[in-house]
Write a protein that binds this ligand. Structure first.
Ligand SMILES: Cc1cc2nc3c(=O)[nH]c(=O)nc-3n(C[C@H](O)[C@H](O)[C@H](O)COP(=O)(O)OP(=O)(O)OC[C@H]3O[C@@H](n4cnc5c(N)ncnc54)[C@H](O)[C@@H]3O)c2cc1C
Length: 386
């Protein structure tokens, strides 16, 4: 990269959030540089199942963001061409206890009033939608808006579009500090030297707190570990994303210890993805077989036929967790020109297009499509956890 090349904005992080942010800023006419210490999608994005969900969210700002984002994904596919397996496959949430059923019915009612297409379904309908579902399950809800994409392909295609349209991508370069003068960003110091820019976007996912720290600011983003099992490609056995109603409570829980509930879905390549565990154990490496066994057991309870399908592999990732479960989208409370778009936890793929839209509209001084205040970084004053 030439030392004289000038950029209107530098995006730190080439995950799905950085890619969509760079895309939205380019579309708004800015010349953008994306920097990543690894390659594209080398962070948590490579661990995501790619679900674009409205079903797992309570009414509130995150659901409003998710509804816009779900449409944003399909608009993006129209704009750049869908080469990332985007599919409106629909989601099914099942409940197995009396309490679970009444909780689910209450949730679908609240969601309907917030604009979600959530349909209460009976045993017969469940069987039509998912013929292999356990016969012990008789109640559920269907969410036709739930969708899925392949997040690594999406990141690659979106970044390609950015670079084809005048932007740049610099892989293998680490941002070591954010430079500012008189409370305004001047650029980033990197392992390849200083890069000047009046706007810097922190899209470093689970590492966004480190980036804030390198700017002498503060964001309490922590890793929330999750394991996924992947089966060998199988004939079509599962037609939607299917999960236990308990999953909604697990997502919303702030507990540090292990939370696990069955989440099962097929992919276009024929593999079946089985999740989902959540625990806050820092960046703890390795595979933990008791957790994998628990995930497998829970999945077989939903779909007994899975006991006949072989596993291909298991992997783990670290979700970017914010203490109040809301992403951090907006300008830094202390440093003008430093913007954060991070902390999307287990929903960063789904929420990426709308989060990027909020950033682009705010950076360019346009009216935002929704009130961004609930996502403001200012809710975490320096040194204090919300
Ligand atoms: C098991 C699992 C399943 C999931 N399933 C889903 C799902 O189905 N749907 C969904 O919406 N979400 C899902 N998620 C969550 C989703 O994957 C994340 O929210 C999302 O990928 C975060 O994207 P990101 O771009 O913010 O972060 P990342 O993809 O982590 O990107 C951040 C990038 O910043 C780079 N970086 C960090 N520090 C620096 C530095 N100093 N200099 C330069 N570069 C730096 C990293 O290398 C990285 O590439 C899942 C997560 C896990 C763990």
């Amino acid at each position: 990269m030439s030392q004289t090349e000038r950029f209107d904005a530098v995006v730190i992080g080439a995950g799905i959030v950085g890619a969509t942010t760079a895309y939205a800023l380019s579309k708004a006419g800015l010349k953008v540089l994306v920097i990543d210490r690894g390659s594209l999608a080398s962070g948590t994005t490579s661990a995501g199942e790619g679900n674009i969900l409205v079903s797992d969210k309570e009414p509130g700002p995150e659901l409003d963001l998710a509804l816009r984002s779900r449409d944003g994904w399909f608009e993006l596919a129209e704009e750049i061409g869908d080469s990332f397996e985007l599919e409106a496959k629909g989601g099914i949430v099942v409940a197995r206890s009396e309490v679970g059923v009444s909780g689910l019915r209450e949730l679908t009612k609240r969601q309907r009033s917030a604009g979600v297409d959530s349909q209460d379904i009976s045993a017969g309908d469940l069987r039509k939608l998912e013929p292999n579902l356990s016969h012990s399950i008789t109640e559920g809800a269907f969410y036709p808006q739930d969708a899925q994409c392949q997040p690594m392909l999406a990141t690659a295609q979106i970044l390609k579009h950015v670079t084809d349209n005048g932007g740049r991508f610099l892989p293998g370069v680490t941002v070591t500090s954010i430079k500012s003068s008189a409370g305004k960003v001047t650029g980033v110091e990197t392992t390849s030297g200083f890069i000047s820019s009046p706007i810097v976007i922190n899209a470093a996912g689970t590492w966004a707190g480190e980036i804030a720290d390198r700017a002498n600011s503060y964001l309490p983003i922590a890793p929330r570990r999750g394991f996924i099992l992947v089966t060998v490609p199988a004939p079509k056995l599962i037609f939607h994303k299917v999960y236990d109603a308990e999953y909604v409570a697990n997502v919303a829980s702030g507990a540090a210890d292990l939370q696990s509930s069955a989440v099962v879905e097929g992919t276009q390549s024929g593999t079946i993805l089985i999740g989902a565990s959540r625990e806050r154990v820092g960046f703890k490496e390795g595979i933990e077989y008791p957790i994998l066994r628990q995930l497998a057991r829970q999945a077989i309870e939903l779909f007994p036929i899975l006991s006949e399908v072989q596993l291909l592999r298991a992997y783990r990732g670290f979700r970017p967790y914010a203490p109040d479960h809301l992403p951090v989208i907006g300008e830094d409370a202390q440093i003008k020109g430093l913007w954060h778009n991070a902390g999307h936890e287990g929903a960063g793929i789904g929420l990426a297009p709308a989060s990027a839209q909020l950033i682009a509209e705010s950076v360019t001084g346009q009216r935002t499509f929704m009130d961004p205040t609930p996502f403001s970084p200012a809710r975490f004053s320096k040194g204090a956890v919300a």
